[in-house]
Design a protein around this ligand. Structure first.
Ligand code: GLA
Length: 407
């Protein structure tokens, strides 16, 4: 009887094969086309902005050439609309021959030659969200092998045109199939976003075992309302979301929309600051060919990136909501902290928020902390635990602070 029970247990353990790729010990950084370039396939009329090898190569050139790569932005990923409308005669996915005439392997080689990593997109269902061929259950292995042969380093696996039971089988199946290729391929699972993002429908323990990152909420749109809605959802459900995240398994609140059309400069800082606090992937979705200096200044801020990439990998938490202020706090290595004070009023002048380190429950170094205003690139001074700290925060804006212990 005992040996039968043991056999069943071992059998179960064998079914749950982990995504054992050791990747993404810190959140991934890079560029992704979807928010900015969508499913623009009209290369005749819009050759510079259509989804094509030309666009991907141009962005790889910018990422490698304009100082991004050395700061950690290393993934160039495709999103939807890269594939031909039909699989090839052997049932394999193929790139659209007009827009990707050199083929995906050559494109991946180009990206690698720039010292970057190459990501691709598919959908666990009958079709992708934009209607291109999907990865049905019977071709999960075939697609994993194809991606490995092309030299793919990350797969975003979406979940349109499918259902809950298929996803429950398909996501773990893809995870195992990627493992089996022998190529380290990070897996981004959109699964939770299709199940409302919360238990009992979403099992974050399982996700942490089979995916490196996952989208859990609605698509970001190029507006403040969309951005703030995501921040609020993460705050409201942090007791579930925060422990789910850690090295190798990240919550993904979606792409950075800094330098697109919808956000003011101050609102752009909000996204950058909160994504750093949330240990979120930094996937920029803008046109890197004409990114503004202001936007570049935000996204290339070394201290911002240092916070995002902190090796403890602890997602920050919303610690106070008061009079349209939100205070977010993230513990970092060596007793350091990041604090974001967000003012979500949409009208009026900057407002002052006053606090002390003690009130923020930051007291392990009794002598005090040096405090830097990260996005203003200012050293504010050394603060004792009971000194009053005042942050002047613009409407729909943020002050991001970095705290360095004096002990
Ligand atoms: C879904 C995803 C988006 C994007 C599109 C592509 O909406 O959530 O991020 O990949 O599909 O069609």
């Amino acid at each position: 009887m005992l040996s039968f029970a043991l056999g069943v247990l071992l059998g179960l353990a064998a079914c749950v094969s982990l995504l054992d790729n050791g990747l993404l010990r810190t959140p991934p950084m890079g560029w992704e086309p979807w928010v900015r370039f969508k499913c623009n396939t009209d290369c005749k009329r819009d050759p510079e902005n259509c989804i094509s090898e030309h666009l991907i190569k141009a962005m790889a050139d910018r990422l490698a050439g304009d100082g991004w790569k050395k700061l950690g932005y290393e993934y160039i990923t495709l999103d939807d609309c890269w594939a031909a409308r039909k699989r090839d005669v052997e049932g394999r996915l193929q790139a659209d021959p007009q827009r990707f005439p050199s083929g995906m392997k050559t494109l991946a080689d180009y990206v690698h030659s720039k010292g970057l990593k190459f990501g691709i997109y598919s959908d666990l269902g009958n079709a992708t969200c934009a209607g291109y061929p999907g990865t049905t259950l019977d071709v999960v292995e075939t697609d994993a092998e194809t991606f490995a042969e092309w030299g793919v380093d990350m797969l975003k696996l979406d979940g349109c045109h499918s259902n809950s039971s298929l996803k429950a089988i398909g996501y773990p199946k893809m995870s195992r199939a990627l493992n089996r290729t022998g190529r380290p391929i990070a897996l981004s699972c959109s699964w939770p976003a299709y199940e409302g993002g919360l238990p009992p429908k979403v099992n974050y323990t399982l996700l942490g075992q089979i995916c490196n990152l996952w989208r859990n909420y609605a698509d970001i749109e190029d507006t403040w309302d969309s951005l703030f809605g995501i921040i609020e959802w993460y705050g409201d459900h942090q007791d579930i979301l925060q422990p789910a995240s850690g090295p190798g398994r990240w919550n993904d609140p979606d792409m950075l929309i800094v330098s697109d059309f919808g956000l003011s400069h101050e609102q752009s800082k909000v996204q950058a600051a909160l994504w750093a606090i949330l240990a979120a992937p930094f996937f920029i979705s803008c046109n890197l060919r004409n990114i503004s200096e202001e936007a570049k200044d935000i996204l290339q801020n070394p201290l911002l990136i240092y916070i995002n990439q902190d090796l403890r990998g602890i997602q920050g938490r919303l610690v106070a909501r008061k009079q349209n202020f939100e205070v977010w706090k993230r513990p970092l290595v060596n007793g350091q902290y990041a604090i974001a004070v967000l003012n979500n009023c949409t009208d009026g002048a900057p407002r002052s928020f006053a606090t002390t380190l003690r009130l923020l429950d930051i007291s392990s170094c009794r002598v005090g902390y040096k405090i830097y205003s990260v996005l203003d690139k200012l050293f504010l001074g050394a603060y004792a635990l009971s000194d009053t700290l005042i942050a002047k925060v613009p409407p729909t804006g943020v002050v991001l602070l970095f705290l360095y212990p004096l002990c």
